[in-house]
Design a binder for this molecule. Structure first.
Ligand code: NDP
Ligand code: 2IT
Length: 449
């Protein structure tokens, strides 16, 4: 795809040549560049200061070996990354993904998007991301602990409460953060807010566990309000059944919606009576089992093998909350045909560019990931504030702040889209609003990075 702005086109072409084997990263950059054309046209200082060339190059990529010993006594070796992408507006901040599919392209796309997402929260956080191709599935708690300790032994050299603050993402939940925090403390002999998503007994924030899923629903709710609608009585389909999906289910249900389908990477369940959030929590958080076991708890429900079929379940609202590129153009067409009216991305980049274009062409309200799932990292920012103050706020206080942040993000995206004559295009709005603050901070700080 060619960009109309000559400068952006040239920067993208060079990037594509240098990163030919990083398709997810290039996909994420292209989406941002498309949105920023009118901004770059209007502000010559962006080209004069090589802002775009700089913003697509991570400030630092740390890539390391992670060796650990499994329960059989065999030495295992994984690859670890931390990509410190941009620190213009605050310390690097972003999750750690543990999944066998992890590679540099995936961590770079996530780190790049995190820059703009974190900016949208209104809190002082730069963009970063990390992870490993380690697969937590089927590992014992001791194996998870040994991996996390080995991973942190290297990572600890590069992070800190005022430098870089990692958190959870796919495969990294409360258990993994706990083991990593323990190892960091042991290595550095300091108790600081170096990670977020911590347990409540050692500095974690109330409502952080719920925040991404809740935030995605708060964002969806703002889109619905603008359409003169609400969650009340709506059929909702949520892909995934991890942290984001589980609490998106809880909030969508609290707001009056009925969640009829959820999935994992093997298949999906349909429960016409509304999927019971407490059963999902039991299956995923306590038993660490597969979603197909839902039918053992709720016999009226059905399980279908193969995760992508979930998009054929008719719904009014869709919340893709599993992983990147999980919803393509054809699947978007099926959702549209079945009457879907609004989509909010709980996962990062779950909709392919073809899917996003299909939704926008059909007038389906579309909330992009950088905005719609920013509630997680926003609440991580609130965890950092509480840690710095040596205080902890109540669930209600944190949830109220999260809610207000999501309302502000929606408004910022909408305002930016209107300022550049793209009203209704929240993809452009999110990219522009997120970019503007980072760009200004980079301009003020001179050519440092
Ligand atoms: P979890 O590990 O808790 O859950 C991930 C869910 O997605 C699981 O149901 C998993 O199924 C499914 N999934 C993962 N990979 C694939 C795949 N390749 N194909 C199909 N299904 C897959 O992760 P989270 O809920 O934390 O993260 C989900 C998404 O939300 C990710 O895109 C993440 O980057 C994003 N996100 C997370 C935030 C957070 O605070 N946790 C914040 C903002 C965004 P299975 O168990 O079968 O692997
Ligand atoms: O993609 C994301 O925003 C996250 N995984 C959460 C990051 C964080 O630092 O809380």
């Amino acid at each position: 795809m060619a960009l109309k702005n000559e400068y952006l086109n040239r920067v993208y072409a060079g990037l594509a040549q240098r990163n030919a084997h990083e398709p997810e990263f290039l996909q994420a950059v292209m989406e941002v560049f498309e949105s920023l054309e009118p901004v770059v046209d209007a502000r010559p200082e962006i080209e004069a200061n090589a802002i775009m060339e700089r913003i697509v190059e991570p400030e630092r990529i740390i890539n390391f070996r992670v060796s650990w010993v499994d329960d059989a006594g065999k030495v295992q070796v994984n690859r670890g990354w931390r990509i410190q992408f941009n620190s213009a507006i605050g310390p690097y901040k972003g999750g750690l993904r543990l999944h066998p599919s992890v590679n540099q392209s995936i961590i770079k796309f996530l780190g790049f998007e995190q820059i703009f997402k974190n900016s949208l929260t209104g809190l002082p956080m730069g963009g970063g991301k990390g992870g490993s191709d380690f697969d937590p599935k089927g590992k014992s708690d001791n194996e998870i602990m040994r991996f996390c300790q080995s991973f942190m032994t290297e990572l600890a050299k590069h992070i800190g409460a005022d430098t870089d603050v990692p958190a959870g993402d796919i495969g990294t939940g409360a258990r993994e953060i706990g083991y990593m925090f323990g190892q960091y403390k042991r290595l550095r002999n300091e108790f600081t807010g170096v990670l977020t998503g911590k347990g409540l007994s050692y500095g974690g924030s109330l409502a952080r566990t719920e925040a991404t899923g809740y935030g995605a629903c708060y964002f969806m709710n703002e889109m619905l309000k603008d359409m003169g609608a609400s969650f009340e009585g709506k059929r909702v389909v949520i892909s995934g059944s991890g942290n984001v999906a589980t609490y998106a289910n809880q909030k969508a249900t609290q707001l009056g919606g009925k969640v009829v389908a959820m999935s994992d990477s093997n298949g999906y369940i349909v429960d016409e009576n509304g999927i019971d959030f407490k059963v999902i929590k039991e299956i995923k958080e306590v038993k660490r089992a597969r979603i197909k076991t839902y039918v053992d708890y709720v016999p009226g429900a059905k399980y279908v093998e193969g995760c992508r079929g979930i998009w054929s379940v008719p719904c009014d609202l869709a919340l893709p909350c599993a992983t990147q590129n999980e919803l393509n153009g054809e699947e978007a067409a099926t959702l549209i045909k079945n009457g879907c009216k609004a989509v909010a991305e709980g996962a990062n980049m779950p909709c392919t560019p073809e899917a996003v274009a299909a939704f926008q062409a059909a007038g389906v309200a579309f909330g992009p990931a950088k905005a719609a799932n920013a509630g997680g990292v926003a609440t991580s920012g609130l965890e950092m504030s509480q840690n710095s103050q040596r205080l902890s706020w109540t669930f209600e206080e944190v949830d109220a702040k999260l809610h207000q942040i999501m309302i502000n993000i929606y408004k910022a995206c909408k305002d930016a889209s209107e300022r550049y004559n793209m009203a209704g295009n929240l993809v452009a709005g999110a990219n522009i609003a997120g970019f503007e603050k980072v760009c200004d901070a980079m301009l003020w700080q001179g050519i440092a990075y």
